[in-house]
Design a protein around this ligand. Structure first.
Ligand code: NCD
Ligand code: ZN
Length: 422
């Protein structure tokens, strides 16, 4: 297979450059402004070409919860959203905590996942032996606060051991940082109240800040690589920023989700439990701080935390409704719409969804448009429109908090390893 992307503007070294891209097999063979010939050609006039997005945080629910999502539907959803690589979280059934359960999952993904993938292992208070023997670990997930799946690791002595192991083996520890005690106490206060708005008050800023501070205090001594997942509060972010300065390197990184960037607590009235997620979506000041953090580099990446549940589950009473929001199809359109609105630069967005996740999680040959790199690309029409509609979504969840919203920016084609979709 040999394919030319001609007449488009290609994102190279932080800028859009008018040039052509020749793809040979699964790789980028040549980037040149002279005419190129190929068996297949896509005329990209008026379009921009970006590196495919790497989504470092998804829940494709296999095995165990395939009624919510599976590798096929999750990855189909990713492709429609311009995402070419996904990193799948371990809170499945069984939990991905052993080499064996991980291997089973890898086999299932090899068969059914249309995108590139990585399968996380969960760190438990009891499985460090397994982690120490596992191969090809880019990252391990640590649930310091409980969430969907109830996999918890908050014993300091075990965390220290895990961090030492991470340092030795070179993998990243991605942390869900919320404090159990604070959340429990707050839950008591709101018992009997089923207004979804209480979610922001139960899983509040203090809970996130305390957990981040405790985790970082261990990490700062050991010096392993740590990644704070889905950061949601101003204080949490300030702590990460401080730690980054102290570490003076790339050992501390963090992530924000599109829903923490584009929704705030004023949306609970309309969306109710559909926007219930962990950590919670908080007041508008946090959203602003997170957007600023993304702009000034305090936040390294944007990842979806795509966490689908069935509509029936989500529309139950607050206390029964599971936390999680789907996001594969909406992340890039939302971010690029923000670029169109001049809320953030295209450069920052490409860093956050491609360049930085590639660097942090060790995806060699991905994240950049360069000769010899994998041909994982996305063709975007910045003047096109994306109308988000529940019934048109490919995720099994079948709903989005942005239902009926029209965004300026549209994913035209996604190319994975030289194969064109869309
Ligand atoms: C996630 C899920 O449903 O698996 N839910 C969520 O609200 N984010 C779990 C998680 O990542 O916390
Ligand atoms: Zn998650």
């Amino acid at each position: 297979m040999n394919l030319a992307l001609t007449n488009g503007k290609v994102f190279i070294k932080g800028k859009l450059v008018k040039t052509n891209v020749l793809i040979q097999g699964s790789k980028i063979k040549k980037i040149t402004s002279s005419k190129i010939k190929a068996i297949h050609e896509i005329d990209c006039k008026g379009k921009i070409i970006l590196p495919g997005a790497i989504d470092a945080h998804v829940h494709f629910r296999t095995p165990g919860f395939e009624y919510k999502e599976d590798f096929f539907t999750g990855s189909l959803s990713a492709l429609h959203g311009g995402i070419t690589t996904i990193m799948d979280m371990p809170n499945t059934n069984p939990v991905t905590s052993t080499i064996k359960t991980r291997d089973v999952k890898i086999k299932l993904a090899e068969k059914n996942c249309l995108t590139n993938f990585y399968i996380y292992m969960a760190a438990l208070n009891s499985n460090l032996e397994e982690i120490s023997k596992a191969k090809n670990l880019r990252a391990v997930k640590l649930y310091y606060g409980s969430t969907t799946g109830n996999i918890l690791m908050n014993k300091k002595s075990e965390i220290e051991k895990l961090f030492k192991l991470a340092k030795k083996k070179g993998f990243v520890v991605s942390v869900h940082a919320e404090d159990e005690e604070i959340m429990k106490q707050n839950s008591e206060k709101f018992r009997g109240n089923s207004n979804p708005e209480i979610h922001a008050k139960i899983r509040n800023e203090e809970s996130e800040a305390k957990a981040i501070s405790e985790i970082l205090s261990i990490q700062q001594i050991i010096g392993n690589k740590i990644h704070i997942a889905h950061i949601s509060s101003e204080k949490g972010l300030a702590l990460v920023k401080k730690a980054k300065k102290r570490m003076n390197g790339n050992k501390v990184t963090c992530e924000v989700t599109p829903h923490h960037l584009f929704l705030d607590s004023s949306d609970y009235k309309k969306l109710g439990n559909l926007m219930k997620c962990n950590p919670s979506i908080k007041e508008a000041k946090h959203r602003k701080a997170l957007l600023n953090g993304l702009k000034n580099g305090a936040i390294d990446i944007v990842a979806t935390d795509h966490a689908p549940h069935s509509r029936e589950e989500k529309t139950q009473d607050y206390w029964k409704s599971p936390s999680g929001i789907p996001g594969e199809e909406t992340m890039l359109p939302l971010l690029l719409d923000a670029v169109n609105k001049k809320q953030i630069s295209l450069k920052k967005i490409v860093e956050a969804v491609a360049e930085n996740p590639a660097g942090i999680f060790g995806w060699k040959n991905k994240g950049f448009i360069k000769t010899g790199f994998d041909a994982d690309l996305v063709i975007i029409n910045m003047n096109g429109k994306t109308k988000i509609e529940d019934k048109k979504l490919f995720t099994k969840a079948g709903y989005s908090p942005w239902n009926k919203k029209t965004l300026k920016a549209m994913v035209e084609n996604t190319i994975i390893g030289g194969q064109v979709f869309g």
